[in-house]
Design a protein around this ligand. Structure first.
Ligand SMILES: Nc1ncnc2c1ncn2[C@@H]1O[C@H](COP(=O)(O)OP(=O)(O)OP(=O)(O)O)[C@@H](O)[C@H]1O
Ligand SMILES: [Mg+2]
Length: 239
């Protein structure tokens, strides 16, 4: 459905507290221009994003940000998400941006990507953004999106049914889908499964704010994995 997009579409899947946001925050640290749909307000609290609570505030914050900016739309309603997709797409056209959509299951349906969200991930993707979406189960993300993702970052799954679904969808051996928190597997559309590993918080555990450079991502041998600018791991050991 998507026409050879130039942008990046990344989907992060895993149960609550599995490490999706930890991974995403490490990507966010590396980019300057970013807008997030932030239902829990965590980007505001932990990463110092400028908080917008209404559509008018969001429009005004985006309009006054021509270059680098970190803006969060703290909202939960579907119509707010549609609005977010529309204005985030425009903002990216002015200058390439990262667009984060947390908790997609609450604001999209699992059929075909529709409305402004559908437009963002089809036409909008060709305009070059990095679009990152998070869900707790593979079944919750629009099918068209999963099969067109540039990469999928898979964290802990608790049920065999969920493992089976994503395993079949992406042709991944279900045994390799993580069953513990902070373990992950990364799949890319080009190469399939590229790496498996875990998050290592090291000494950052005591810090309240998001620790810059704190968490480390390690492969199964303990070697550090460095996420690239678009979030994929660069020095992966191909298996
Ligand atoms: N700096 C840190 N030090 C130690 N543990 C941390 C740190 N930051 C996050 N964690 C822990 O890592 C785990 C994963 O958290 P994360 O926010 O990534 O979950 P998530 O997959 O995004 O879940 P949700 O779907 O609820 O948003 C949590 O148990 C959290 O407490
Ligand atoms: Mg999260």
């Amino acid at each position: 459905m998507l026409n050879r997009p130039d942008g990046v579409l990344a989907i992060l899947i895993g149960v609550s507290r599995s490490g999706k946001s930890v991974y995403l925050k490490s990507l966010i640290e590396r980019v300057g221009r970013i807008v997030a749909f932030d239902p829990k307000g965590e980007y505001v609290r932990e990463l110092g994003f400028k908080a917008c609570h209404t559509q008018a505030q969001l429009i005004s914050a985006l309009a006054s940000s021509k270059g680098d900016a970190k803006i969060a739309f703290v909202a939960i309603e579907k119509n707010d998400f549609q609005f977010f997709c529309q204005v985030a797409k425009q903002w990216n056209r002015q200058k390439m941006a990262v667009i984060v959509c947390e908790e997609l299951a609450n604001v999209t349906n699992s059929g075909k990507a529709s409305g402004k969200w559908g437009v963002l991930v089809s036409q909008g993707l060709a305009e070059g953004p990095i679009i990152v979406g998070t869900v707790q189960r593979g079944q919750e993300v629009d099918k068209s999106i999963l099969s067109n993702a540039t990469y999928v970052h898979i964290a802990k799954h608790t049920t065999q049914k969920d493992r089976k679904y994503i395993g079949e969808m992406l042709d991944i051996d279900t045994e390799n889908i993580p069953s513990e928190p902070l373990k992950f597997l990364q799949w890319t559309s080009d190469k399939g499964v590229v790496t498996r590993g875990s998050v290592d918080f090291m000494k950052s555990r005591t810090r309240k704010s998001w620790p810059r450079g704190g968490p480390r991502f390690r492969d199964l041998t303990g070697k550090e994995l460095v996420p690239s600018g678009i979030g994929m791991f660069e020095n992966v050991v191909y298996r």
